[in-house]
Design a protein around this ligand. Structure first.
Ligand SMILES: O=P(O)(O)OC[C@H]1O[C@](O)(CO)[C@@H](O)[C@@H]1O
Length: 544
């Protein structure tokens, strides 16, 4: 058992404090400090964070910041920015901050300036994007490219999809962008069914270029394109690869001249602003892509240089630690009141849960505290008419992150005000609820009073920005990235490995052979797995 954390003075002080403050209702906290709504706010890098509706007071935040100091958040942050191999189980540096460092900045890794490499790739991506966007890159038959299909999975997909959806209003609207990730053939078939192969460019995105789903879909794409275009050599004009693995790209049959590289020190879920974002750049153009990188970078600088009291990622991280470890919340709902951010919760699921879903410390000791919570969410107001019931009146505490913008890119009547009124009202309702007496005072029949009472005291944070620009998106993502990192440091886990995905991959390999063998082989799994394999084969082969 790793009891270092839970026996540390800062942790014990927080435990004691939680017994007092944690049980105080937000109504009381606001009554005791009527100005907290103006004080428990941080605004920087274009983001306004209101955390007054979290169940904390000034002492809580002091204690949490002390915890961060004691756990070495400062030193670990410096180590990350310095390119140290802080991903110890994979012996890798973690340098996604270098992906958004401006030209001229130097970040040395093994004595080599990686920022210059980053910009060399960005420049190649920009030149290629310009050629495709202006029609000078032609397909095999001489037609211009109108469709881009990005193939990848996990970090090689979720970022590009999310960014495309988020910045769709900045995209070249005459072009079609599709994303294929699932090994389910339906994903590929539906993505290409109405496309002309002569006008379609495939971007095969895979850090390792060995991922089963991506390679299967890439094979399917090649077959589809070659069949339609009647010539193997068509691949040269219709396929580009994004990878760290030039050998595998060449083996697959894509000329490495058509490959955009990135590096071992970029984790999959931290790669959307590398060449993995090529589809994003094709959609929004190089200048907007660079604006997005500037937003990321501004948050990096803020995170690295701002004292903890005014530090957005540190504060968000500490609130998460408080809710997870001291108020026993098991999940976080991410609720963007912005339709363009509809894929943001899905993106955050990988970022947060693949990073912090760990139960051993960096040195392999079992933890005796909760680590990464479950992230989930939907854009507002849709969620209000489905799962918000549980958030308001269920038995579980579900801390919420509300996200909204001052301006919409699509003014339709007064709908934006209606949208944001809902965001603001939800946080208020969750915090303050409605007492039984208030319900009675409205003339409610006594039998219904318990049903119509809202306990309140349900914590939330609200993030506001002026408008969903590429810059704002970059800063918002970096905010969550660094928040996840700080939490990982406090929990003393490796936030940059993902061993938990390996076992299923291994077992699937063995199972594929058992499903595809002409004759059912001798099965030696447990009885449930054996039965499922037999039954699937029968159903597939039409033998009831
Ligand atoms: O980019 P690759 O190598 O295809 O990997 C895709 C994804 O698979 C994972 O390794 C998990 O299986 C993710 O971490 C990664 O983002």
């Amino acid at each position: 058992m790793s009891a270092d954390l839970t026996r540390s003075p800062a942790w014990l002080a927080l435990k004691q404090h939680a017994a007092q403050v944690g049980s105080r209702h937000l109504r009381e906290l606001f009554a005791a400090d009527p100005q907290r709504g103006e004080r428990l706010v941080i605004e920087d890098v274009g983001l306004y964070l209101d955390y007054a509706k979290q169940r904390v007071n000034a002492d809580t935040m002091d204690l949490l910041r002390q915890l961060a100091e004691d756990r070495g958040v400062r030193q670990r942050t410096a180590a990350m920015f310095a390119g140290e191999r802080i991903n110890t189980t994979e012996d890798r540096a973690v340098l996604h901050v270098a992906l958004r460092a401006p030209v001229g900045e130097k970040i040395l890794f093994d004595g080599h300036d990686v920022v210059a490499d980053v910009h060399a790739v960005l420049d190649r991506m920009a030149a290629f994007s310009d050629q495709v966007r202006d029609g000078s890159w032609r397909g095999h038959t001489g037609k211009r490219i109108r469709n881009v299909v990005s193939i990848g999975i996990g970090g090689s997909d979720l970022g590009p999809v999310m960014a495309y959806e988020a910045l769709r209003d900045y995209s070249q609207r005459e072009m079609v962008f599709r994303f294929v990730s699932n090994v389910d053939g339906t994903d590929f078939a539906e993505a290409v069914r109405d496309l002309d192969a002569a006008e379609t460019l495939f971007i095969v995105c895979s850090k390792t270029f060995t991922t089963l789903e991506t390679l299967s879909n890439a094979q399917a794409a090649r077959q589809w394109a070659v069949q339609a275009l009647g010539d193997d050599s068509a691949v040269a004009k219709h396929f580009v690869a994004v990878s760290t693995n030039a050998d595998e790209v060449a083996k697959f049959g894509i000329d490495t001249a058509n490959m955009f590289g990135f590096w071992d020190w970029v984790g999959g879920r931290y790669s959307m602003e590398s060449a993995i974002g090529l589809s994003t750049m094709l959609a929004i153009g190089p200048q907007h892509f660079r604006d997005m990188l500037a937003g990321f970078h501004a948050m990096d600088v803020h995170f690295r240089d701002t004292p903890f009291e005014r530090n957005l990622p540190v504060t968000m991280a500490l609130l998460g630690i408080w809710n997870t470890n001291f108020l026993d919340a098991a999940t976080v709902a991410v609720l963007p009141y912005e339709q363009y951010l509809k894929r943001f919760p899905a993106y955050l699921q990988q970022l947060t849960m693949e990073s912090n879903g760990k139960s051993v410390t960096i040195d392999g000791q079992a933890v005796d505290y909760a680590t990464g919570p479950i992230y989930w969410g939907e854009p507002g107001t849709n969620g209000q008419h489905s799962f918000y019931q549980l958030i308001h009146q269920g038995t579980r505490i579900v801390p919420c992150d509300f996200i909204g913008f001052g301006q919409t890119r699509n003014p339709v009547g007064d709908q934006h005000d209606l949208l944001i009124a809902n965001l603001i009202a939800q946080g208020e309702a969750l915090a303050f609820g409605k007492s039984a007496d208030e319900v009675r005072a409205e003339g409610t029949a006594e039998a219904l009073v318990p049903h119509r009472t809202f306990d309140g005291n349900r914590p939330s944070s609200t993030l506001l920005a002026a408008e969903l620009t590429p810059y704002a998106l970059g800063s918002l993502i970096a905010l969550y990235e660094h928040s996840v990192f700080v939490q990982g440091v406090i929990w003393n886990i490796d936030s940059f490995d993902q061993w938990g995905v390996e076992l299923g991959k291994q077992l699937a390999k063995a199972t594929i052979a058992e499903l595809t063998a002409a004759e059912l082989p001798q099965l030696s799994h447990d009885s449930s797995t054996n039965a499922l394999i037999r039954r699937y084969r029968q159903l597939r082969d039409g033998k009831p």
